[in-house]
Design a protein around this ligand. Structure first.
Ligand code: ADP
Ligand code: ZN
Ligand code: ZN
Length: 733
């Protein structure tokens, strides 16, 4: 009999596939989408297999409603990669596959280009160009861009033009929007623009030659100080790939994706380049996805999730700033894009290049053990120069808005010389609490095990964990005193203090809150570069991928929390921040200085960074990790659980622990820690606990998780708590 049962993976949180009958007028394919009835809904799923037998009686099976694809939606290696991800990260296959689809395809749209919004210059616009624009520079820029050809909406945004500007010009009748089908592009014969292309230095040339000469899969770690020309190496690696008619994927951290970065690739290559980031709308995303799959884009530059873009013929994967924490997804499929990129390279049999000035300890370890090829760039190319570091002992010093007197004096010196100053606050360590000056009582969220954060601006206290907010409390709930003061330094407080200390200089704050709006980061960066602001306040965000040549002083205000954190990765992150910020500041003619305020100047980590370098720190830290049998010398999985009843959560994780310990694969090399309360033990009224499993090899971890998962899912308490597991977690909170 003709096999006519389709096993379908659906986007539901269940670890299994569902059987459906294939009506004789439909021809679904394995790896293609179908829409099927599921309860009262209709869902879009992927056909995993077509068979002639079901464990359920045929008459109970429902028929497929529609077959949406005539070919598999992903090329085979990517489809296999997604299956691998589902297994490795212990996440249901149906949900994993759905996550990798653009939203429109998830909704059942045909896998076809949607019409593209493009801007065109009108006759009125051309006339205006002749008349001149006076001081309307942005408007003039738009019209000039459109003078020779019309451009897609996204290209305008990438040029730093806001939607508001475009709207305004449209209303004036100078430009108009049309919906067009994207043309089939053919790559030009001339791929590269050789203008301004620098001659590689010896180290760069060795790196390029090593990678270009190899064939097939290989993983290369480029350990290169900031400004050593890593990007230039990437460009030289991509060229022969494009010349061979293949495509390149470049992953960048969330915030590294700026017009500057993109323009560097666009200026160099004449092939179409697609940029994928969270700001794309559904049809833009689908178009970029299709452009890669249909070989219409030569290069895809994107953040974490663009790793799952299908390519017609992928030739190389580059992961820039490979140490960056934004490569790890913190919910649903908790994948690490760097690690999965290496697996993708393996499956596609192509090279994977990881670059960083501060490689992750995991990557350095892989290089040392011979798993990755190690290439280093020690020379600063162009006009960059190394910053000088100083540690400022602030024990017993009076701090104004978190600033010590020596730091203030240095700031004044640099500002008066006409330079810019950048101040870093550690997001985690700096939420100001509201405290009673008489008895020390601190305003605390009743639903969370956390203090309220004081927001001076709108006289509110807000819990950053559950989002609850209320007007500022006037009276201490401990002693009744009305002397309430804020403790800890927040950006707002720092900004206020800077106004008092440096009224003649302008301050700008760059963090997730201030740059949430699309395009606002670009315009902020632009006004910093143009010198409109002299003092920049930032969090980790500012340390990534941006270079500020006029910043000559960087102050790190609050690092002590990282020195004594319960998270074993905190010191690595601090070391990376320390080195990265130093690399962002100054240039040859104006070398940068980094000042770090601490109560613990004698701390071994700081001493190592100050007197030696990142490599020295990394070797010391790796030795410590080895002693403690922490990653990369072991492999971790974190079980997290939460519920309204504290006892249920703890009891559930205790049962998980017994289940694991009773497993035949659990040997004396394995270790379970916990259950213990999560660092944030209560959030939004729910109690949170965690359990850590430590195993000495990846494959043993995989086998152990795979074969104990069903038993864990069947635990009676598994239905009473919300739980998940994070394979190779990056963040232990
Ligand atoms: P990284 O990515 O390592 O920070 P970049 O590739 O951005 O470094 O290079 C830093 C600067 O040096 C850039 O302005 C780049 O154009 C320039 N540069 C890179 N390689 C060379 C070279 N071989 N000769 C001259 N300038 C170079
Ligand atoms: Zn709360
Ligand atoms: Zn009090």
């Amino acid at each position: 009999m003709q096999p006519n049962i389709a096993q379908v993976a659906l986007p539901v949180p269940l670890d299994k596939c569902f059987d459906y009958l294939i009506p004789n007028y439909l021809f679904p394919v394995i790896g293609g989408r179908v829409s099927v009835p599921f309860g009262r809904q209709t869902l879009v799923g992927i056909v995993i297999n077509i068979v002639d037998h079901s464990d359920f009686p045929r008459e109970q099976l429902k028929p497929i409603k529609a077959s949406l694809d005539t070919h598999p939606i992903w090329p085979a290696p990517l489809y296999q990669l997604l299956q691998w991800c589902s297994q490795f990260y212990q996440y249901p296959l149906g949900e994993t596959l759905a996550m990798a689809l653009p939203a429109l395809l998830k909704k059942g749209k045909t896998a076809d280009f949607t019409s593209l919004k493009t801007w065109h210059l009108t006759e009125a616009g051309k006339n205006k160009l002749i008349q001149g624009f006076g001081r309307a520079h942005q408007q003039e820029k738009v019209v000039r861009l459109l003078e020779s050809s019309s451009l897609p909406h996204q290209a305008m945004i990438d040029e730093g033009i806001s939607s508001a500007t475009l709207k305004a010009l449209q209303q004036k009748g100078w430009i108009e929007m049309k919906h067009t089908q994207p043309a089939k592009t053919v790559w030009p014969n001339l791929i590269e623009n050789e203008q301004h292309k620098p001659q590689l230095n010896a180290e760069q040339a060795i790196a390029v030659a090593t990678i270009n000469q190899a064939s097939g899969f290989g993983c290369y770690l480029i350990d290169g100080v900031t400004g050593s020309g890593k990007t230039e190496v990437y460009l030289n690696l991509i060229k022969p790939v494009l010349a061979a008619g293949k495509q390149a994927l470049v992953l960048v951290p969330e915030i590294g994706l700026t017009p500057q970065t993109i323009n560097r690739f666009k200026r160099r290559f004449h092939v179409p380049i697609e940029v994928m980031h969270s700001g794309l709308n559904d049809s833009e995303r689908l178009n970029a996805w299709l452009a890669a799959r249909e070989r219409q884009a030569g290069i895809i530059i994107g953040t974490r999730s663009s790793l799952f873009t299908p390519f017609a013929d992928l030739g190389i994967i580059i992961v820039d700033e490979e140490h960056d924490a934004s490569y790890k997804q913190q919910d649903s499929l908790r994948y690490h894009a760097r690690d999965v990129a290496v697996m993708r390279g393996h499956k596609e049999n192509i090279p994977v290049v990881l670059g960083s000035a501060t490689p992750a300890l995991e990557s350095l370890h892989n290089a040392q053990s011979g798993k990755y090829h190690y290439l280093s760039l020690t020379q600063r190319a162009g006009n960059a120069s190394a910053a000088k570091h100083h540690v400022l002992d602030i024990k017993g010093l009076y701090l104004e808005g978190g600033l010590s007197a020596p730091l203030i004096a240095q700031m004044r010196r640099h500002l008066n010389a006409g330079n810019q100053v950048m101040l870093f606050l550690n997001r985690r360590g700096f939420s100001p609490a509201l405290m009673c000056h008489e008895c020390g009582w601190i305003a605390e969220c009743k639903r969370c095990d956390a203090y309220y954060t004081y927001h001076q601006g709108n006289q509110e206290i807000r819990c950053h964990h559950c989002g609850s907010q209320r007007p500022v409390i006037q009276q201490c709930q401990g002693c009744g005193s009305t002397q309430l003061v804020s403790v800890g330094v927040g950006t707002e407080q720092l900004e206020k203090q800077l106004e008092i200390l440096f009224p003649e200089f302008k301050t700008i704050r760059i963090d997730r809150d201030s740059t949430r709006r699309k395009g606002s980061l670009e315009s902020a960066l632009e006004s910093i570069r143009s010198g409109e602001y002299q003092i920049l306040i930032g969090t980790q965000m500012l340390a990534k991928g941006h270079h500020f040549p006029n910043v000559t002083l960087v102050g790190l205000l609050d690092v002590d929390g990282s020195l004594y954190s319960s998270d074993f990765r905190a010191s690595e992150r601090l070391a990376q921040l320390f080195i990265q910020v130093a690399g962002r500041a100054g240039r040859a003619s104006k070398p940068g200085e980094v000042l770090l305020q601490t109560h613990h100047p004698e701390h071994a980590l700081l001493q190592s960074l100050l007197h030696k370098n990142y490599q020295h720190f990394a070797q010391t830290a790796l030795a410590e990790r080895k002693m403690a049998q922490l990653p990369p010398y072991s492999f971790l999985t974190l079980f997290r659980a939460e519920a309204n009843h504290n006892d249920n959560v703890e009891a559930f994780l205790r049962q998980v622990r017994y289940t694991l310990e009773a497993h035949p694969l659990f040997d004396e090399q394995c270790l379970v820690l916990g259950p213990m309360p999560a660092p944030l033990a209560k959030r939004a009224g729910k109690f949170r606990w965690q359990l850590m499993l430590q195993v000495s090899t990846r494959s043993q971890m995989q086998r152990l998780l795979l074969s104990s998962k069903t038993a864990i899912q069947l635990l009676p308490l598994a239905k009473k708590v919300r739980w998940n597991l994070d394979v190779e977690p990056q963040d232990l909170s």
